[in-house]
Design a protein around this ligand. Structure first.
Ligand code: ADP
Ligand code: MG
Length: 533
């Protein structure tokens, strides 16, 4: 009996599992060399020849155009981590790969996939408790350290400190407290990239940077003590109103008609002027005649601002977006110390800055090469996420594989109490989670066997909890002393996502791929094609 369309592919049982395991493990192998401060960059060239140079696991996987369904689940795991906590994307994939290698050994020992999945789950719950017990309360200094850890060596020296500081300052500026809960909307931190100068010239603007120029040359380029009308309406006469209606018979009628149009535009500008505004940021167009009238009144105007910038502008300046000039009143105006057009690189941009307690800020990211600016943006976003995570929940854990080593130790102790076949699974999880310190050591060119041996030994001691992998030798160091710290939220999410991906993959024993679709859709929850974030 033929159940499937001709040309469909079906693999079942151990074959399916073996295929899936090797594909998923291959994904982990691909990103492993990028983990940690000594991780190396990858250069990715897409089908159009565009080049990305990155060290970011999620970005690598996004560009890799993965086809195998199990491999896609790995990609999904890293995206989940990216969406939830914004850092730890490589770790999640490395851990999931290590779990699957362990799973593969367990299957050879005839341990059933269902037991493997439930044992992994159990181990992940124990790991969660370990994270609780080793977490410290982060203060401002530790939050800065976590931002620096997240940047790692992706950016060096003074620029690294500058980016970390900007990450902390911008998140702490836009965070709000509602009903005792900290709300952070990272979209309110605008990142504007401009190639040119160096990373050190990156600046945090307490306001908004508009990638636009002042619309008319006769307008002022600088306004102090700015009162800003934020207008989502067009300062033009819509031509459709005219074309259909008017047929002009003699020249005097033409003149009257033009005068009428001019009057309407003048009225619009007068309404703006009457509100007290000296700056106009308009989401739509501004007619030449209206520009002229605005210039005469010394009003600085920008047209066709982006919708997203309009919202940030309102948040930053405390103004309201007005959709009809009829409604524009003085109380709708936003305030800024300074609105100024500046030349940045080859472009002119309008800075709205010096806003009092703005709830939106802007980071103007500079850098010599376009690809360097792009990578700096990814690094900055990770750092912003880490800072945001820590303002939401202040729990912080040691990095450098210290938390993982502590989790492994506890799992081995707990496994002994569990006994039976599940004991083997929990022990396997302990071995898998050591993939993090092991990979950090390998990438630093250290002998990973020595490093892991020393790490295990020192974690048996009562004050060994915070000891992790040093980049400079096999001897473990205290990660809090070194300032290598991470949000507990990230650690938790990494373990959760990796465990879930491994559990799903290990239980699949039937893969049916339809004949025609080029990119087979993944089992439920798989990544959607072509989504860009
Ligand atoms: P991910 O995408 O998982 O965040 P990273 O390449 O950012 O991957 O590496 C993060 C890992 O590197 C974490 O385990 C972190 O603790 C570790 N790490 C960062 N800086 C150091 C350091 N100076 N010494 C040792 N480990 C570090
Ligand atoms: Mg990271």
């Amino acid at each position: 009996m033929l159940l499937l369309k001709e040309g469909s592919q079906r693999t079942t049982g151990k074959d399916a599992l073996r295929n899936n395991l090797s594909a998923a493990i291959a994904i982990a192998e691909a990103v492993k060399p990028t983990l940690g401060p000594r991780g190396r960059d990858k250069m990715l060239v897409d089908s159009l020849g565009d080049i990305t140079v990155t060290n970011d696991g999620a970005t690598i996987l996004k560009e890799m155009d993965v086809q195998n369904p199990a491999a896609k689940l790995m990609v999904q795991a890293s995206r989940t981590v990216d969406d939830e906590v914004g850092d730890g994307t490589t770790s999640a994939v490395v851990l999931a790969g290590a779990l699957l290698e362990q799973a593969s050994n367990l299957i050879e020992k005839d341990i059933h996939p269902t037991l493997i999945a439930s044992g992994f789950q159990h181990a992940a719950e124990i790991a969660d408790k370990v994270i609780d017990s080793i977490s410290k309360q982060a203060d401002d200094d530790l939050i800065l350290q976590a931002a620096l850890t997240s940047i790692g060596n992706k950016v060096e020296g003074d620029a690294k400190r500058k980016l970390a500081k900007i990450a902390v300052d911008s998140v702490s500026q836009i965070k709000e407290e509602r009903d005792g809960k900290i709300i952070i909307d990272q979209d309110l931190i605008q990142i504007t990239k401009k190639q040119g100068m160096g990373l050190l010239d990156t600046e945090l603007v307490y306001g908004v940077v508009l990638d636009k120029e002042v619309v008319h040359p006769a307008m002022p380029k600088v306004i102090r003590d700015a009162k800003i009308a934020i207008i989502d309406a067009s300062l033009e006469i819509e031509k459709t109103q005219i074309d259909a209606e008017i047929r002009i018979a003699d020249p005097s009628q033409m003149k009257a008609y033009l005068d009428e149009e001019e009057n309407m535009l003048k009225e619009m500008v007068d309404k703006i002027h009457a509100s007290g505004a000296n700056v106009v940021i308009c989401q739509k167009g501004i007619d030449d005649v209206a520009q002229h009238f605005l210039a005469k009144l010394n009003i600085l105007a920008v047209r066709r601002a982006k919708r997203s910038d309009m919202e940030k502008l309102a948040k930053a300046t405390g103004g309201n977006i007005v959709t009809s000039l009829e409604d524009l009143s003085p109380s709708d105006l936003g305030h800024a110390e300074l609105v100024e057009e500046r030349k940045i690189g080859d472009d002119k941009m309008v800075f709205v800055e010096g806003c009092a307690n703005p709830k939106a800020v802007s980071i103007l990211l500079r850098g010599g090469l376009e690809r360097a600016v792009d990578e700096a943006e990814r690094v900055l976003k990770d750092a912003l996420s880490v800072v945001a995570d820590l303002y939401r929940s202040k729990a912080i854990v040691p990095g450098g594989g210290a938390a993982e080593a502590e989790i492994a130790k506890t799992l081995r102790a707990e496994a002994a109490k569990i006994g039976g076949r599940e004991q083997l699974v929990v022990e396997a999880f302990a071995d898998a989670i050591e993939a993090i310190p092991r990979t950090l050591a390998e990438n630093a060119g250290l002998d990973s066997v020595d490093v892991i041996t020393e790490l295990r030994a020192v974690h048996e001691k009562p004050d060994g909890v915070n000891m992790g992998v040093s980049m400079d030798g096999t001897e473990p160091v205290d990660m809090f002393k070194l300032g290598v710290v991470e949000p507990a939220l990230v650690k938790r999410q990494v373990i959760r996502a990796a465990t879930e991906a491994a559990s799903v993959i290990v239980r699949i024993d039937d893969v049916i791929m339809s004949a025609r679709s080029k990119a087979p859709s993944t089992p439920k929850g798989g990544p959607s094609e072509g989504s860009n974030d």
